[in-house]
Design a protein. Structure first.
Length: 579
């Protein structure tokens, strides 16, 4: 028997429940597993350490680095390590996307073994075991999408174990995906139809199955099997995984438990905006909870327009190419007309007025109103004689907009002219480090419809694919499609799920990241015209540093296992291709 550290557990459990327990400085293992309060606290402790789509760390991890790694956007500051990764240095030391989750997996395995022989009621044990298996599965999903095949460990490794027990080999990538899917199948009936917020229901299990099987199917369809299957999935397995994803998505749809959020159908932009700031709404299947006095992120501090925060803000510069992805509200393409844009000064709200309402709910740009104040991105002022000024005042207004980052000409809004609005909390007062409390949605019904559309299309069920995409478009206020293609499904996914930490992974699983990311991206600058009060638009033809161009190499479809890990356990070899 050994003692379990209980600082985290005691902070979760009730003080009244614990005051009579002895000893208070050490709680024995047997007491933890036999006590429902402490056992529940153990489960909560594991969930607090889960890697929910990269937003579990401090600092810049709270601003969603995978958006900045994709073709959606860049980091707002040229000095950031994110920029080095975007330029292809993805094995750069201190990689912030690394997730080698075996410490937390050991906690889960330890619990799953030792809870079996306790005095807890059988129903309590079944519920806790199901939740812990879900936690373990999502930890494996986070790793398999990064590294491909990793060791599947389901029992605690003994400290004094044999070489075979301690130095485990990697499983094939297909085996890890099958493990996740099978775990979700096995715990489905043990999870509740409606769970406590922050814990999985049976539909959360289906959502993870839907996403995991979608990834596996994509890799089987477009990927390449290498190093004896440690990375890659055989092509003949694709149909099985497409079907598994389709079945899981369809089960959620048929349950009728969830629906697309549509509380303000007459204001499509505001309705879509509120989807992400109204917690536990009809669309949310599972979310990362940010409740409690000491729980919060830096999201609003790092992502709000610069004029509202002290840190510089606006850490994600949205590319003009991403802006173009949002169609006009009549369904026509909105390719940025450079000749028109640069022909005269503009009120940018007028210039972009006809775009998809989701654009207005997702992107900050010059002149919109945020927190009851007009957002001011302009680089400087053009005087009546054509002179340009960037300091001081002119005609009672500052020469440079409040949201232009004076410290770095390539930072914040000045990087591309656009930043992210989605998830920002206008009610947060004050904005600050660790203050953001809006829950991050891990799985939502909109994603499930898009997962189903993609799987249905690949299975030849085009009518179902079309219906699912049209449900998304109808809620958004966009005209319905009359037919469907793979590119249209991918386009809808890009705009609907923009800045939600999906796009980079989508590009990787479709095996199109090399061409999508290795390119030059554009942005815009705005200058206030002193005569009209409107804004002169100028093109940023290269929205990245010339020496750090956006680049994605073939080896980046997988992360390296790393020399350090292989040195510690030689059975993790061989290293992933290209490293």
């Amino acid at each position: 028997m050994y003692a379990i550290g209980v600082v985290g557990l005691l902070s979760i459990a009730s003080c009244d429940d614990l005051m009579d327990r002895k000893p208070l400085n050490i709680i024995s293992e047997a007491v933890v597993y036999d006590d429902p309060v402490l056992a529940e606290a153990y489960v909560a402790n594991v969930y607090s350490g889960l890697s929910f789509l990269n937003r579990d760390g401090g600092g810049d991890e709270n601003i969603d680095p995978v958006t900045q790694m994709s073709d959606e956007a860049r980091h707002g500051s040229i000095w950031s390590n994110h920029i080095k990764w975007k330029a292809g240095y993805m094995d750069y030391s201190g990689g912030f996307l690394e997730r080698w989750n075996y410490t937390t997996i050991r906690k889960a395995n330890d619990f799953l073994v030792k809870i079996q022989n306790t005095t807890l009621p059988e129903a309590t044990k079944i519920d806790m075991i199901a939740r812990m298996r879900f936690a373990r599965a999502i930890l494996y999903f986070v790793m398999v999408e990064r590294y491909g095949g990793v060791p599947i460990i389901t029992i605690p490794q003994p400290i004094d174990g044999s070489y075979e027990e301690l130095f485990v080999s990697r499983n094939k990538e297909i085996e890890v995906y099958d493990f996740i899917i099978n775990e979700m199948n096995e715990i489905f009936n043990d999870l509740p139809s409606k769970a406590k917020v922050g814990y999985p229901s049976k539909w959360t299990a289906q959502a993870l199955k839907s996403r995991a099987a979608l990834y596996a199917a994509s890799i089987a369809t477009w990927g390449e099997v290498q190093i004896n299957g440690l990375v890659g999935i055989p092509a003949n397995e694709a149909s099985r995984f497409w079907q598994a994803s389709y079945d899981a998505s369809n089960a959620i749809m048929q349950s009728k438990v969830y629906s697309l959020y549509n509380k303000q159908p007459d204001n499509k932009a505001e309705n879509f905006r509120k989807l992400f700031t109204t917690e536990n709404n009809s669309e949310v299947i599972f979310s990362w909870q940010l409740t409690g006095n000491n729980v919060g992120t830096d999201f609003d501090e790092f992502m709000s327009p610069c004029q509202f925060v002290s840190s510089g803000g606006a850490r994600t510069g949205v590319y003009l190419e991403m802006v173009e992805e949002f169609e006009n509200v009549d369904g026509s393409p909105h390719n940025f007309d450079v000749a028109l844009a640069t022909s005269q000064p503009w009120d940018l709200k007028e210039f972009f007025a006809k775009k998809d309402p989701r654009f207005h709910a997702s992107v900050v740009y010059e002149g919109i109103t945020y927190r009851n104040e007009v957002v001011q991105h302009w680089r400087g002022t053009i005087l009546p004689d054509g002179t340009r000024i960037t300091t001081g005042d002119y005609d009672g207004k500052p020469a440079r907009g409040k949201s232009y980052d004076d410290a770095y000409d390539t930072s914040g809004a000045s990087a591309t002219g656009f930043t992210v609005l989605k998830y920002l909390d206008e009610t947060l007062n004050p904005i600050g480090y660790g203050k953001s409390k809006v829950d991050f949605i891990v799985f939502r019904y909109g994603e499930i419809l898009l997962n189903l559309a993609e799987a249905a299309f690949e299975l030849g069920k085009t009518d179902e694919a079309l219906a699912a995409v049209n449900a998304i478009r109808e809620r958004a206020g966009m005209p319905l499609l009359t037919s469907i293609t793979r590119d249209q499904i991918r386009h809808e996914r890009k705009v609907e799920l923009a800045f939600e930490a999906h796009r980079w992974w989508d590009l990787k699983r479709w095996r199109i990241a090399e061409e999508a990311i290795t390119r030059v991206f554009r942005g815009i600058d705005t200058w206030r015209d002193a005569v009209t009060g409107k804004f002169v638009i100028e093109m940023i033809e290269n929205a990245h540093d010339a020496e750090l161009q956006s680049k994605f190499l073939k080896r980046h479809y997988y992360f390296p296992i790393t020399t350090g890990r292989i040195t510690n356990n030689p059975n993790l070899a061989p290293e992933n291709p290209g490293y």
